[in-house]
Ligand binder design. Structure first.
Ligand code: ADP
Length: 646
């Protein structure tokens, strides 16, 4: 703790001398003898100890001077007699600490002066503490105001999308908090810099800056990404000279510097502080957030309107759901075809769509997240082709196209093929009969026999082709498809039995895994046998010596799953979607010698679909294939009693 100075005012040199002798050694003592010097000296000393020995002539002047300039001093009154009441009042007003009798009683005088000095010292510390507290309080208030302004801006950034309003608030707050004369925001647009918002800026300059701001300091801040604070006359543009400026960059993460937030003083010299820089930088961050939000919002808006234009104009029925099957978007034609009202938004497909086929498509099990396809029958008889595709992290989109006219064409084509095939079969049977009778007419040479065999071979191929064509025509037209309940176990066993010789000839192993329980289905047993025959005969045909064929049939809750597996040639992935098409045969050297019409799998698919089932293939070239189909199980009222055709 520093010792305050001691000022002795006395016009009597003997008293001064005596007082000097009584002062503690650590005190810095300054003797004063006239009022003018006292007036000059008092303000220069912080909380001094003022020892007064006054004559009647100087008393009033000294006490007035002390009152005016020495309110912070601690007084010791030296007198040969006790002070009058008026004197005492005046002294008490001026922080009187002690009365000292003259002539001095040395020991008592020393003690009184030492105590007064200590009091002056305490008074000084208290005074300093008070000043420090006042200063801290002011600073705290200032910070509080700044934080409050930043908070208000932050709140408006998160609660409003009106970027102009937010930027205006930002500039106003910047000007208020820094007590600047002007404030503005310059933003970049490509290579150009333009004024976005300004407060108190001269109109002609603001107009000029709106089209293009030629401010070199702003360019430098944008280029470096660092703030600039200047306190000297600086020319920002022609006719625009400022005395102090503070520019902070507006930076968005990942997008660099978007512009500058600036405050300037044109008239006053008063510069800006580090505190202002800190506050403005925080505010500039909010400006960046507001600008980024506005950019993202307008991008989103553009995307949204593009999407709604697509959905509005697309001829297809489009349905978009989340992963939980809640419907969120649909096209105009979806609304028209499926009667979707705006209230359907957010509802489950099962709740808001009546069409059973669409509901089935959306609820179908699809662990592999594959694209699902289905034909959708509409109430008015039209048929739509639907494709349901997964969209990562969003949900699924179904696109449906009206294929009624294509189906009709297909039907006409099938009818035509069926008629022609039927008409072809009759003469072919006649030709075959005559060829088989040839050896009865007379002995045949070896070459004639060979020719006859070749002709019969080709005839059987044509007959097979025609019978497949006829079958497909009939299945698709719905002929020969009377449905009744039967146990598929028996059909599977019969199909296996019929192929045993072929299996042995091809030197293949054979396995089965068929459930013991009766697996009832409602269907056409004859066509189902055809399905199994085709699948098993393919598994044999497209196999290799030493390979195996395995047939399985099991219940899966309410469904039946049948699969025919082989470890033969397999099917290349890109061919797999086409093998169910009519006449499609995979072209590759290994299968060149294997005979076939390319109709077997399309018959299989048609039959399964007529039974409201589904068929699929999983195949790996060189490793083998598994064809599997699923059908609904039928629950007969009294299964055993009911029997069936098999
Ligand atoms: P195809 O009369 O040619 O056998 P399908 O319609 O039965 O006609 O089969 C179409 C094509 O699918 C075949 O040509 C063959 O390339 C392929 N394929 C069918 N089943 C198998 C299988 N089990 N293994 C390998 N390829 C097969």
């Amino acid at each position: 703790m520093t010792v305050p100075s001691v000022l002795i005012f006395s016009e009597d040199a003997t008293v001064t001398q005596a007082l000097l002798g009584l002062m503690p050694p650590e005190a810095t003592v300054l003797p004063l003898t006239d009022v003018a010097t006292l007036r000059e000296t008092l303000p220069a000393h912080e909380n001094p100890l003022l020892v007064l020995y006054l004559t009647a002539q100087s008393e009033t002047a000294v006490l007035t001077t002390v009152r005016e300039h020495g309110r912070h001093a601690t007084l010791v009154w030296v007198a040969s007699s006790a002070p009058s009441t008026a004197q005492l009042n005046a002294l008490l007003e001026n922080n009187l600490q002690a009365l000292l009798d003259y002539p001095f009683q040395e020991q008592t005088a020393r003690e009184i002066l030492a105590t007064a000095l200590t009091r002056a010292q305490r008074h000084a510390s208290r005074q300093r503490l008070r000043e420090h507290l006042t200063e801290t309080n002011q600073k705290l208030n200032q910070r509080l105001q700044e934080i409050n302004a930043i908070y208000v801006i932050g709140k408006s950034v998160t609660s409003s999308f009106d970027v102009d309003e937010i930027l205006e608030r930002i500039v106003n707050a910047s000007v208020n908090l820094t007590q600047a004369e002007e404030g503005f925001i310059l933003l970049t647009e490509g290579e150009k810099l333009y004024l976005r918002v300004a407060k108190n800026m001269q109109e002609d300059i603001a107009k000029r800056f709106c089209t293009e701001a030629s401010d070199p300091i702003a360019r430098q801040v944008i280029h470096s990404g660092k703030p600039t604070m200047l306190q000297r006359s600086t020319k920002i543009a022609t006719g625009y000279v400022v005395r102090a400026l503070l520019y902070v960059p507006i930076q968005a993460p990942g997008r660099g510097t978007l512009g500058v937030l600036a405050v300037v003083n044109l008239v006053h010299d008063q510069g800006f502080t580090e505190g202002h820089l800190f506050t403005l930088s925080a505010i500039a961050d909010f400006a960046a957030i507001a600008l980024e939000n506005a950019r993202l919002f307008s991008l989103m808006e553009a995307e949204r309107s593009r999407l709604s234009a697509i959905l509005e104009q697309a001829a297809e029925v489009i349905l978009v759901t989340d992963t939980e099957n809640h419907l969120w978007l649909w096209s105009h034609s979806a609304a028209a075809e499926l009667g979707l009202m705006p209230e359907a938004r957010g509802q489950k497909v099962e709740t808001c769509i009546q069409n059973a086929y669409i509901r089935e498509l959306f609820t179908r099990r699809n662990e592999e997240h594959a694209v699902l396809r289905a034909e959708i029958d509409m109430e008015d008889g039209r048929v739509f082709n639907a494709q349901l595709s997964p969209i990562n992290h969003i949900g699924r989109v179904a696109v449906m196209q009206d294929i009624t006219h294509l189906k009709e064409l297909d039907r006409l084509k099938s009818e035509f093929v069926s008629t022609v095939s039927h008409d072809l079969r009759t003469p072919l049977t006649t030709i075959q009969g005559y060829i088989e009778l040839l050896d009865r007419v007379g002995p045949l040479t070896a070459m004639q026999k060979d020719f006859i065999n070749k002709a019969l071979h080709s005839l059987s191929h044509i007959t097979a082709l025609i019978s497949d064509l006829l079958d497909i025509g009939r299945i698709e037209a719905g002929y020969d498809l009377e449905m009744c309940p039967f146990r598929i176990n028996e059909i599977i066993h019969q199909a296996i039995e019929a192929h045993m010789i072929q299996i042995e000839q091809a030197r293949l192993s054979f396995f089965t895994e068929i459930a013991d329980e009766p697996l009832w289905i409602m269907g056409n047993a004859q066509r189902m046998r055809q399905v199994l025959d085709n699948l098993i005969s393919n598994a044999i045909k497209y196999n290799r010596v030493g390979g195996y064929v395995k047939v399985s049939a099991r219940r899966d809750e309410e469904h039946l799953i049948v699969s025919v597996e082989d470890n033969g040639l397999g099917i290349p992935l890109k061919e797999q979607p086409k093998i169910f098409d009519r006449f499609y045969r995979v072209q590759r050297p290994e299968t060149d010698d294997i005979r076939g019409t390319g109709l077997g799998l399309s018959i299989v698919k048609s039959v399964i679909e007529k039974h409201k089932g589904r068929i699929w293939v999983r195949s790996y070239p060189g490793k083998g294939s598994t064809f599997a189909f699923v059908l609904s199980l039928y629950t007969p009222p009294t299964p055993e009693a009911e029997g069936g055709p098999w």
